[in-house]
Design a protein around this ligand. Sequence first.
Ligand code: UDP
Ligand code: MG
Length: 322
Amino acid sequence: MTSTTPPSQPPRRLSIVIPVYNEEAGLAPLFARLYPALDQLGESYEVIFVNDGSRDRSVAMLREQFQKRPDVTRVVLFSGNYGQHMAIMAGFAQCRGERVVTLDADLQNPPEEIVKLLKKMDEGHDYVGSIRLNRQDTAFRRIASRAMNSLRERITHIQMTDQGCMLRAYGRDIVDAINDSREVNTYIPALAYSFAHNPAEVEVEHEERMAGESKYSLYSLIRLNFDLVTGFSLAPLQVFSLIGIVISLLSFAFVVLLAVRRVLIGPEAEGLFTLFGIAFFLIGLTLFGIGLLGEYVGRIYQQVRQRPRYIVQAILEKKDDK
Ligand code: UDP
Ligand code: MG
């Protein structure tokens, strides 16, 4: 059955939220491993797939899976591609679990590892992140990730050993707080961390992408990292203020030096290309600063327009859980 009303069914213990974007090649193996792993947990669960505007057979496959397991499956269909983090947002808005686990659809996060996160939560943590053992990604991704990870560690208050791993478990309070925050450009693991009062991390296995290829181009990876940095820190802006102060002081000293030199030795005409060098460096720095400012301003603009963050075309769910 299709509906667009908010969830009306009784709460479940566990919700699994999975964003799906053009994953036709990997969905069958995902279903084959995910459901048995969840059945084994012995608690009531629901799986929420959020189709992020796939243009391949993913929707048809999700529909089929919903018909096979309508009691534990719900499918949210977006009308376009709004990005992985918006898809997770929509899943959070729909899910009813006391605990919510997010997972990638490409089987890079083994479903068998979910139990580890839940065990950690049983110890009283409201947020359990994960650290990928033997990360199976390209060398470029691993190195870039490590660099961004350590930059984030320095400029935000968010402490995560491995920010890129989406296999994470969130308590109901955190999911509610995320639902209330209505962020447009965000990074869910970091947002959740900022709401958590007792976060923890566990190590999980990581596998190679089952099928298909990464849905992140270099450009979308850069955008995502800007979301992370601008969304959780003003440090980049402050760094520019500091650079500005230092350069002003140096220039002042230089002007004084030139004035004294002019009186004592006379005018100087040498050093033309040194001047070019310095000028180009400063122009570059200024442009970078303006661009950075634009990243913040653009995000403020998107947020204040208050357009719907995503448009849900349909939700496949069983109406009554009796
Ligand atoms: N994804 C999405 N929308 C997008 C890009 C990705 O819903 O615009 C989903 C994708 O289907 C997968 C997860 O987000 O379930 C992670 O994507 P991917 O595996 O391509 O990223 P990577 O592992 O390369 O970081
Ligand atoms: Mg992946």
